[in-house]
Design a protein around this ligand. Structure first.
Ligand code: FE2
Length: 285
């Protein structure tokens, strides 16, 4: 197998988001504006309520998908159309904002650890103004595959014969949460057409001779697959891949479209109360 090497390291840095929440951003920074089809990756992880309690009060999205994976803690999602979602440890939510969603994402805890990821996945022009949709699944419904020395949670895409719970038709996203024991190896073929990255959040690992450090996103180069070796303390990381869209990206905060005119339209629609056009369907359990 012609394995992928690391094309770029992107250290996550602290950003204050929402009403005052500390997140660690890697994709969506000056070092890596985007990694088609991925627009942003935020990792949140804190046991200090001051860093998360303010949450993300009502805010809009248009033109893309937010993919939230909770590791620890409890967050409630509510939107302007009356949908309500509960994200608990190990749960996942795929929200296709598309033509427009206004929602809030608020912590349902006043102490303890809050930890997880939010990934923004772009939509092709043909989908940007389509109807919003949700897929939300709790931890028990997410398939977990045991390895000789570790385990894989399959959130989206396919791992061997196991299909993840989230269906992402536009960009065919693969999203795995992988835990490896000390010095255990992991190998997986990856579609050559897809962009891919690895983000280690516990322990450490090596990939093609390079060290993967915590809170540093590793963008993978071209190749047919990936091989990762855990360090002496084991490793836990997400491995994410997606088919690039190859269209112009014009972003203004929570609006991501193809042209400036479409961004101006989104701003005007939001101002005039026309951002939300269609009620979203919710699937999952
Ligand atoms: Fe949001």
């Amino acid at each position: 197998m012609n394995t992928r090497r690391i094309r770029q390291f992107v250290p996550a840095f602290e950003v204050t988001e929402g009403a005052g929440v500390t997140v660690h951003r890697s994709i969506g920074t000056p070092a890596l504006r985007n990694l088609d089809p991925f627009l942003m990756l935020d990792h949140f992880g804190s046991d200090n309520p001051d860093e998360y309690i303010a949450g993300f009060p009502e805010h809009p999205h248009r033109g893309f998908i937010t993919f939230t994976y909770m590791l620890d803690g409890h967050m409630e999602h509510r939107d302007s159309m009356g949908n309500r979602g509960d994200l608990k440890p190990g749960g996942v939510q795929w929200m296709k904002a598309a033509s427009g969603v206004i929602h809030s994402e608020m912590p349902q805890q006043t102490n303890g650890l809050m930890r997880g990821f939010q990934l923004w996945i772009n939509l092709p022009a043909s989908e940007k103004m389509s109807a919003p949709a949700y897929q939300e699944f709790s931890a028990v419904s997410i398939p977990e595959v045991a390895l000789d020395q570790g385990r894989v949670r399959v959130l989206a895409g396919r791992f061997g014969d196991t299909h993840g719970v989230i269906d992402d038709p536009a960009t065919d996203v693969l999203y795995l949460d992988i835990s490896l024991d000390a010095q255990a190896g992991f190998a997986l073929p990856l579609s050559e057409t897809h962009n891919a990255f690895v983000y280690v959040f516990e322990g450490g690992a090596h990939l093609a001779g390079a060290e993967l450090k915590q809170h540093t996103l590793a963008v993978l180069g071209a190749g047919e697959g990936v091989e990762i070796m855990a360090g002496d303390a084991g490793a836990r990381f997400i491995l994410v891949a997606g088919r690039p869209i190859g269209e112009p990206v014009v972003q203004y905060g929570p609006f991501v479209m193809n042209t400036r005119e479409e961004i101006e339209q989104a701003i005007a629609d939001y101002r005039d109360g026309r951002l939300v056009q269609v009620r979203a369907e919710m699937t999952g359990h």
